[in-house]
Every structure is written in structure tokens, then in C-alpha cells.
Ligand binder design. Structure first.
Ligand SMILES: Nc1ncnc2c1ncn2[C@@H]1O[C@H](COP(=O)(O)OP(=O)(O)OP(=O)(O)O)[C@@H](O)[C@H]1O
Ligand SMILES: [Mg+2]
Length: 400
């Protein structure tokens, strides 16, 4: 979800008082506010140590689904051990009943902010950052946690020297707020045991799309079961966006259109739109990560990272072939079933319901900017706070 800077009077220490009053922490300033959570910079009252605290928003604090979700996020983070995933330190509840968890405080900014400031990143730098993201996700996957919302705003870029000595910039994955925890993963499943492909998710409602439309995998767009390969797809989008400056479906503006593009539209090669030359091998790797069918993608974050490592090695040696612009459009998984889905759903973007039980799409609320949509797997439409956010429900799309 898109984090917004917060400055209202119910902020961390505004007119309504310190939101962490009665806890070991003192709130200092707001860092972001999403659909469900509020993120504040804080300080441990006794230790004077700076931390970051994520709380369930005040209006949602007494809905047990949100409290559970925050706990799952904290426990998922605790289960993952990686220098490329933000560390969780504590979990608690304010005296007013708002659940919160405490994280290490990172210094720097998000990858989204980095891209806004600098525009597309040089290929070698982008590959390095994406490999770090993949390392964090690989650790999460090993722990049985699928992120499901990997995007620029959920990757933090630590300032040089802040997380590692010297000039090294460390990327850390944030916001496991809609993470899926595979069966038994948080109940002490044997380390290294293969994660279930579709174990029961944490509190979500069947048939609701979870994640962000702009960065949803085709299977998320169709409310199908997801596994680690959904995160591989999202990292493919991330890689594309970092070197090109925008994603492959930037030309599509409405949320339903974007979801349809994820399911049906063949992405162009990054080199087609990039202002910098792109190694042919990187074009191929990105397209592979963006394959519509999970089985045609890299099968794990490690496999994607290994290929990017190979490409980085080639770049360092000055080898490999490069492409600059106008490369032929690629065909990525445009199969007959995809066409059937497209035909069933048609061009409409609102209230479309296909016959025959093949596919149904219902837009439950009005249009909203795609990136501001949140599909959190909860009964969004019934929650007042989301009334301004369109909740798109895709049901029964078992077309693949
Ligand atoms: N540990 C941290 N250190 C520094 N800044 C952080 C940290 N965690 C989060 N932030 C900042 O707060 C913003 C929002 O955090 P996060 O992405 O976890 O929540 P969200 O998207 O607002 O919430 P939700 O759970 O509702 O999706 C981040 O984009 C980042 O700028
Ligand atoms: Mg976020």
C-alpha cells in the first residue's frame, strides 16, 4: 500500500497525545500511514534507543482481524532471519488496546523514493539491489512466509554506512502486512522443510485479491493460490521498473485494466523502453520472472538471484550482448485460456460479471488511483475506513 506522510492531530505526539503512552516507548514522529497500519519513529523511554513502531490504526484497533494481522506480520518478521529483511524487536499493546510491534529503525529511504529522486538506476546497481531483495525474500520463503506485496515502497534502502560499513547500500524488505504464512510455518515447522504450496493463509477471506493491483502476480489477480513464485513475479516487475523507470503496464491506468494486463498482456522487453542499454540476458531474465504461468518463471528467489549474479559477473567482465530500445515485443504466456478469460471478462471495468461461472469480476466501489488501492484479504468493503478505497473482488476465476 502507499504510505502517506502523516500530520494529523492524532499523530504520534499531536493534540491527542503520545500514541505510545503507557508503553515502554515514546512516539516521536509519524513515518507513514497505510490502510491498516500507522508507522511512527519512537524511542525506548529507558534505553533512549530509537526504534520504529507499527500500530494498528486507531479506528481499526478493536477489530480482532486487524489485531491478528499485525501479530502475524510481527511473527512472520521474527521467523525470518536475513540482513535484507527489517528486524522485529518487540510486540505489545497500548493501554487503549492498539496492538503494535517494534522494529529496528532504518536510516535512509524507500526504493520508490530513490527512483523518484534519480530516475532509472544504472543496470549494475539495479541488479545489486534486486539481488539483495531476493536474498531477503529467499529467507522469508525458507521460513514459509510469502510476502505478496513486494514493490518499490516496501523496499528500504539504507543510507551508505547505516546498515553496513563503508559505502555499501543495504536493501531491506519491509511491510509483511499482507504476508501469507504457509501451513505450520510459525508453529515451529522443521527448518528447511518444503513449504506447502497453498497452506491456509492467515486471516484472509477466500476470493479476495490480496496485494496491490499494480504489482500483483497473475495468480493474485485471479485470486488463485500463491506460492513463492508470486514474489518472483513481483521482483520481475521491480527489476523492470528500476532499469526502465516505469513498469511494463504503466500505460494502463485503472485497477481492473492493470489486473487484466497481469493476466493477459505480454510485457515488452525492458530494453524496448529503457533509456539505457540493457543486456540481452537481463531482458530474458525479467521476461522469465514475468511469465504468466508460475511454472515458467524462476522457480525460486534463489534461482532468480543466481541468474542475476551471472549477469552481473558478465557485466563486470565487460561481456554479454546489449540491446538498446525497439526490441521486438515478447510473448509471455499468452495462451488460449488467457484469451478465454479476456473474452469472458471483456473490456468493461465496472460491475462486469461473466456468465457460465467461468469468471466474474465485480467492482464494489468507485475508481481510485491504482497504486492507492489495497486488497488486504479482509472484508474491505464492510469497513468504513476503506469506503474511499475501491475494493475489487475477483471471484471464482479458476481459468488456468
Ligand atoms: N523500520 C523502519 N525504519 C524506518 N522507516 C520505516 C521502517 N518501517 C517502515 N518505515 C517507513 O514507513 C513506511 C510505511 O511502512 P510499511 O510499509 O511497513 O507500512 P504501510 O504500508 O504504511 O502499512 P500497512 O501494513 O497498512 O501496509 C515505509 O515506506 C517507510 O518509509
Ligand atoms: Mg508499505
Amino acid at each position: 500500500m502507499v504510505a502517506r506522510r502523516t500530520s494529523d492531530s492524532s499523530g504520534p505526539s499531536g493534540a491527542a497525545g503520545d500514541v505510545l503512552e503507557g508503553t515502554p516507548y515514546r512516539a516521536l514522529r509519524g513515518l507513514g500511514r497505510g490502510g491498516m497500519g500507522e508507522v511512527v519513529e519512537a524511542e525506548h523511554r529507558a534505553l533512549r534507543k530509537r526504534v520504529v513502531v507499527k500500530l494498528v490504526r486507531r479506528a481499526l484497533a478493536h477489530d480482532p482481524r486487524f489485531a491478528d494481522r499485525l501479530q502475524v506480520e510481527a511473527r512472520a518478521l521474527a521467523a525470518v532471519s536475513s540482513p535484507h529483511v527489517v528486524a522485529v524487536l518487540d510486540l505489545g499493546q497500548t493501554p487503549s488496546g492498539r496492538p503494535y510491534f517494534v522494529m529496528e529503525r532504518l536510516e535512509g529511504w524507500t526504493l520508490g523514493e530513490e527512483l523518484q529522486r534519480r530516475g532509472p538506476l544504472p543496470v549494475a546497481e539495479a541488479i545489486d539491489l534486486v539481488r539483495q531483495v531476493l536474498a531477503g525474500l529467499a529467507a522469508a520463503h525458507r521460513a514459509g512466509v510469502i510476502h505478496r506485496d513486494v514493490k518499490l515502497d516496501n523496499v528500504f534502502l539504507c543510507a551508505p554506512g547505516a546498515a553496513a560499513p563503508g559505502d555499501t547500500r543495504v536493501a531491506k524488505v519491509l511491510d509483511f502486512g499482507v504476508a501469507k504464512v504457509l501451513d505450520g510455518a510459525l508453529a515451529g515447522a522443521a527448518p528447511g522443510a518444503p513449504p506447502a504450496v497453498d497452506g491456509p493463509a492467515y486471516p484472509t477471506e477466500a476470493g479476495l485479491l490480496v496485494g496491490t493491483p499494480r504489482t500483483a502476480s497473475p495468480e493474485q489477480a485471479q485470486c488463485q493460490p500463491v506460492d513463492a513464485r508470486a514474489d518472483v513475479y513481483a521482483v520481475g516487475l521491480l527489476m523492470y521498473t528500476l532499469v526502465v523507470g516505469h513498469g511494463p503496464f504503466a500505460h494502463v491506468e485503472d485497477a481492473l485494466g492493470v489486473l487484466r494486463a497481469h493476466v493477459l498482456e505480454a510485457p515488452a522487453l525492458p530494453s524496448r523502453y529503457a533509456a539505457q542499454p540493457i543486456p540481452a540476458a537481463l531482458d530474458r531474465a525479467v521476461l522469465k520472472a514475468l511469465a504468466k504461468r508460475p511454472e515458467e518463471r524462476f522457480q525460486s528467489a534463489e534461482a532468480f538471484a543466481a541468474e542475476l549474479g551471472r549477469i552481473a559477473g558478465e557485466l563486470a567482465e565487460g561481456g554479454g550482448s546489449w540491446r538498446a530500445g525497439r526490441a521486438p515485443e515478447a510473448e509471455a504466456g499468452w495462451g488460449p485460456q488467457s484469451r478465454a478469460w479476456f473474452e469472458a471478462v471483456g473490456e468493461g471495468t465496472s460491475g462486469v460479471r461473466a456468465g457460465g461461472g467461468v469468471a466474474g469480476v465485480a467492482v464494489e466501489a468507485g475508481e481510485a488511483p491504482v497504486d492507492a488501492w489495497l486488497f488486504a484479504g479482509l472484508t474491505l468493503a464492510s469497513t468504513a475506513v476503506f469506503s474511499a478505497i475501491a475494493a475489487l473482488v475477483l471471484r471464482g476465476m479458476g481459468v488456468w
